[in-house]
Design a protein around this ligand. Sequence first.
Ligand SMILES: [Zn+2]
Length: 493
Amino acid sequence: MVVATSRSTEVGFETVIGLEVHAQLLTQSKMYCGCSARYADAPPNTHVCPVCLGLPGALPVLNKAALEFGILTGLALECRIPAFNKLDRKNYVYPDLPKGYQISQYDLPLCVDGVLEFRSGGDVRRAGITRVHVEEDTGRLVHRVDELGVEVSLVDLNRSGVPLMEIVGEPDLCSPEEARDYLIALRQTLRYIGSSTGNMEEGAFRCDANVSTRSTDGSILGAKVEIKNMNSFRAVERALRFEERRQRDVLVAGGSVVQETRGWIEDRGVTAAQRTKEQAHDYRYFPEPDLPPLEVTTKLVEAVGARLPELPGLRRERFVLAYGLGASEASLLTAEREVADLFEEVVGPSPRPEEARTAANWIVNDLLGLQRQRGLPPDTLPLNSSQLRDLLNAVAAGELTVRAAKEVLPQIEDDELPRAAAARLNLLSMDDDAALRVAVAETLGAFPAAVSDYRTGKTAAIGRLIGETIKRTGGRAKPDQVRRLLEEALTSP
Ligand SMILES: [Zn+2]
């Protein structure tokens, strides 16, 4: 490393970040055996067989669906899919790895040379994807204190052999915010194509980061540090911000950054050294002798490519152009494929711009608001498309006022149509002149000052009277009709 000769002036620094993401694939069964890969909530060691227990003599068989999900992901990330790839043994010793090796991919991965386009700080950015390869997950260690007060570590192998893909990004990211935005876009892409839930808290989407620091004049180049244990987008951003500061402080003080692996300690808000980083040769990779190399035919790539949906970035742009929506509205609507689908089902192929905007407003402001309030998953809205269409039609036809519709919304029961809910709750519009005249007469009696203001030429006073009359109907009266009836009553002798 070249060390700058003078520290009297603060040198400018740049941060270089590359991310490695492990995502669980949404297959039914495990990577190399027939055990169910849906092990959440299952008692420990119940989703296991000789293959994923690593018993001697058990032979692996490759899961075709996992391979296809890997290819689908590669295509979504604009990767090249080489005609040949192979599986390799990655050897290391750990209690959650019963075979003593992981079947992964080393020098010939499934997908290479891709790119992820994402938005960060209002700009469109592109970061390279080095490779996407498939591998198997390890088991899990559970640390706890037993009945005798002894600290024990237990092994649960339900996760052993669950299909994973590793998505290795180029070191193209230059700030913690950019790293977070890259991850959000990557997760969104995986959810759109259905290859992974991308759930970080449940460990289905795990991220390690390689961070280094260099001076802008090129005189200082710090070593690469790997950061692990970041379990949320927020943790990634915080850990990288801490690490960026730490490395700059070390370099400014004239020290050198050590190449090592550091763990993020969430509750202390720091990274701490764990071990010096392994080199690839430490793993003694060699071709997996129990599985043949894989040939990926053009036919297979084309068949998988036919399953590729419209990706979120393009869909967001189309929503702006085709429906005249604002950029932020379009982003919110397309963040989850299911929400974007619902919007398009409700508005149909060629809505008028105001219809599209009204539907978008209801989804963005009201349905997503209610979704958060109820703690529903991000892809689940509180209404289905026929319910939302019924609600919008009722408002457009004047059968529900906007105010009444907002009152009905949280009270709609499963599969109940909003009009039926409004009738049940007595919230359908009041459009009967006779009934409204009663409310008008009550209002006039209760606000004599506003009445005399109006009659002496201060006609703006009618605004107050309209509001008060609507209030008397519980929000069920339409303003135009109330205005007409008020004017009739106020001008009659
Ligand atoms: Zn198994």
